[in-house]
Structure formats: structure tokens, C-alpha cells
Write a protein that binds this ligand. Structure first.
Ligand code: SF4
Length: 268
């Protein structure tokens, strides 16, 4: 596998399909310290030089007190690659860690989101790029379907509430097999987050289940991603997407249409 080619082709496909980057954009890459966002940064800095639209790239990291190793090697690495990088120690997050060490993801991600917007604003960016991969999309889809009763994954493109920022996930078609190999071949220093070591989580269970299935069915991830872009709402159970008033009339000819049973027809 030609790693660079594979990476750029898949990132380019996502950017094009979801109109992620436009002429004049300033894209700030959120570096988490992991292999995925470092790979994303590499892809975007390469595309910056050859893409059909003119855009610029910068990077930043929000420190929330959860890194397990010193951040300095990352600073050196980015300097050697000529990347403009901002390191932001987020005081409210650090205080949160002291005051409520057992806080959950809701609070942590809310603090991070506020810090991310603050840094991106300071960098003059209008686009923020996150390193969520194809694995993350599949995991989110399975988690939502199996644990929250919703058919959804992650948005490939979204906007901040007031539309100040376009939020993009250009690694949607890139697997972690590829980001792992890319980060290794770049010699990028990975700074793990304490949370990534947690065991016994739903996330870990889903990942293990998916990895186990993929051993026997190697096209599973591709197929799941393809399913996310190929909805058949008439074969799901959401009445908002069903034409329930268009039922076949007796004697009208044509094939009768299957319709969903409304609640009071529940034959349980
Ligand atoms: S996994 Fe850790 S770093 Fe991520 S949102 Fe949850 S608490 Fe925060």
C-alpha cells in the first residue's frame, strides 16, 4: 500500500464529497497528541500545496491536564516540519481536574469545546479540523444504535452554534490502520491521553467486537461506512420519513405497499 497516496486520496475524497474546505479558508487542526490528528495535519499540509483551492493550515493543542507524557517532543517535531502550532493550557479544565477528578466526558468535552473555539478565534481560523477516523465513525454508529436508540454516527461537516466555525472531520474514510502506519513512518511523537488507557468501557468493548468481526470479514468497515451514506429510510421505523398517507386503495391496481402499524394498532 502506498501510504501517502492512500491517505491523500481518502482525505481528498472526504473534502470533496462534503465540501469541507473552500477558497480562502484558514484551517486550524486540533492536535490531540494522538496518531490520528498528527496524520490529519500531515495530509492537510500536503494538500495545502497542491489542492485546487487556496487555503492555509495551522495547528493547536488544548492542554486539559490529561497527557501522560511531556509535550515538548511534539513541539520539536512540529517546529522541524515548519508547522505553526499553538499550545494552550486551559485553566478552567485544569481546575476541573483538581476540583472534580472523577468528572465525566460531558463536562470535559464542554470545557474543551469552549477552549477550542477560543484558540481558533485567536488564530483567525474559520475552519476547525478534527482527527476522527473511519473507526470512530463506525464505533459512534454502533454505540448510538445499540446504546442510545438513535441511528447516527458523527457529522463529517457541521457548524458551531453561531456559524462562526465550520467543523470538519476529513479522516472519515481513513482507518486507524492507516493513521498508525503514517504516524510511525513520520516518526511523529504520540503523546497519549490518560483516558485512552481506560478499560472496561463501552467504547473499548465495541472496538474489540468490531476488530474481532473484521478478522473474519475484512470489508466490514468499508461496508458500514458505505451504509452510512446510503440510507433507505422507508425500511426503517421513523414515521417522519414514511409516506404513511400514500397507502394503496382497494381496487386501485398496482402493488400494495407495506405500511407501519401506528401505536394503537399495536398487536404486541
Ligand atoms: S475520554 Fe477523557 S479526554 Fe475524552 S472527553 Fe472523556 S474525559 Fe475528556
Amino acid at each position: 500500500m502506498d501510504l501517502e497516496k492512500t491517505l491523500l486520496r481518502r482525505v481528498g475524497e472526504a473534502i470533496g464529497r462534503f465540501k469541507m474546505i473552500r477558497d480562502g479558508d484558514r484551517v486550524a487542526v486540533a492536535l490531540s497528541g494522538g496518531k490520528d490528528s498528527l496524520t490529519l495535519l500531515e495530509a492537510l499540509t500536503r494538500l495545502e500545496k497542491r489542492a485546487p483551492v487556496a487555503f492555509t493550515v495551522c495547528a493547536f493543542t488544548v492542554e486539559q491536564g490529561k497527557f501522560l507524557r511531556p509535550i515538548e517532543p511534539l513541539a520539536e517535531y512540529l517546529k522541524s516540519r515548519g508547522v505553526a502550532w499553538t499550545y494552550f493550557r486551559d485553566t478552567p479544565s485544569l481546575n476541573l481536574l483538581n476540583d472534580q477528578p472523577e468528572h465525566g466526558c460531558d463536562l470535559c468535552s464542554r470545557y474543551r469545546r469552549r477552549a477550542v473555539y477560543e484558540v481558533a478565534r485567536g488564530l483567525g481560523a474559520n475552519v476547525i479540523a478534527f482527527g476522527h477516523t473511519a473507526d470512530d465513525f463506525c464505533e459512534a454508529f454502533l454505540r448510538n444504535a445499540m446504546f442510545t436508540g438513535r441511528l447516527s454516527a458523527l457529522p463529517a461537516v457541521a457548524h458551531s452554534r453561531d456559524k462562526e466555525f465550520r467543523l470538519i472531520r476529513p479522516l472519515v474514510f481513513v482507518s486507524e490502520e492507516v493513521t498508525r502506519a503514517c504516524a510511525e513512518s513520520l516518526g511523529a511523537p504520540v503523546i497519549p491521553c490518560g483516558c485512552s488507557q481506560k478499560t472496561g468501557t463501552v467504547r473499548r468493548a465495541l472496538r474489540d467486537m468490531f476488530a474481532g468481526l473484521q478478522k473474519d470479514y475484512p470489508h466490514l468497515q468499508k461496508s458500514l461506512l458505505s451504509a452510512l451514506g446510503n440510507l433507505e429510510p422507508q425500511r426503517l421505523l421513523d414515521p417522519r420519513y414514511l409516506h404513511l398517507d400514500d397507502v394503496a386503495r382497494p381496487g386501485a391496481g398496482g402493488e400494495a405497499q407495506d405500511i407501519a402499524l401506528p401505536g394503537d394498532w399495536d398487536i404486541g
